[in-house]
Write a protein that binds this ligand. Sequence first.
Ligand code: PXP
Length: 252
Amino acid sequence: MAEQEILLGINIDHFVTVRQARYKDYESTYGNQVEPDPVAFAHECECAGADSITVHQREDKRHIQPEDVRRLRASIKIPLNLEMAATDSMLEFALSVKPDYACIVPENRQEVTTEGGLNLLEGKESVGKVVKSLSEAGVVVSLFIDPKADQIEMAAELGVPVIELHTGSYANAYYSDGRAPEYERLKTGALLGHDLGLVINAGHGINYENILEVRTLPHLNELNIGHTIVSRALFTGVPEAVREMRRLANGG
Ligand code: PXP
């Protein structure tokens, strides 16, 4: 039987970082002058073979703006994955937009990017409430967690269908002795999640080099990749950057 393809979700946050560097205070985030347009970028990703588009609507709105999410919702044909903190205001926003998927992530104002997975042992109630409301609204919910047995077991207990394993520690350790143990942690986590009936996604810090090993993790459904694709697209254009990552993710 043919192996199932690993899907490629593209996180477009850092494309939007370019716009925000110049047009941070604009209420309306599109128009003739306010560039570049993330919806146009998402369309190019879609045409080049992306399987979903991810945006992280942060509380401090440092890149993606609510209007971007609404415009994406109205225009892209592939699924929209909204990364969000488990707060009442984000829940209200998510229920108004109804993305196809929502990935619950931890959020800390000072961080440059999402630094660790959710702590489901401490945040069980707040995360559980958001999972329940979104699931009842028909949104497929995933939890962004480190590859730790207690977190994976708690995710299963909370009833989500999907987990996204945080590959950041692996990516950071890639050029050191820490790489092999970090890979093993991810592998063990993926096997456990699969045994518990969870769909396994992964993301953070994946690039055109480490993808060659990441893709060998068992039971991978989808990889969520952002910064490296946006960076590569500056040199090659979007279609080439997306196609190359898709090819590498699937053994090319
Ligand atoms: N998955 C999650 C949950 C994230 O928070 C991020 C970064 O925003 C990514 C994937 C993509 O990470 P990167 O930009 O390093 O590819």
